[in-house]
Write a protein of this length. Structure first.
Length: 89
């Protein structure tokens, strides 16, 4: 069974939004140490794999949840690092 075009469009928009979150993850070096930025990039790559997997199993409607999750993870990690590890911004 094929999905309607709007579901695929939603999936591709989700992938584009995930790509936009890469800018946040890459710019984290202004606040976080190198080990944390590398860890964040690895997490982002994992989220990219999840988004691609969702597209491949023909569930593109769920792909927009991936960049939302990416933004929440990024915010939580940087907030926790600033509060508990003394990262300064």
């Amino acid at each position: 069974m094929t999905r309607p075009w709007w579901q695929w469009a939603l999936g591709w928009l989700g992938l584009a939004a995930l790509l936009a979150t890469l800018v946040l993850y890459a710019a984290s070096g202004l606040l976080a140490p190198a080990w944390a930025v590398v860890s964040l990039i690895v997490i982002w790559l994992g989220l990219l794999a999840v988004a691609i997997w969702l597209m491949r199993i023909r569930q593109p409607v769920y792909v927009p949840l991936v960049p939302v999750t990416a933004g929440l993870i990024w915010f939580a990690v940087l907030s926790a690092g600033e509060a508990w590890l003394g990262w300064t911004g």
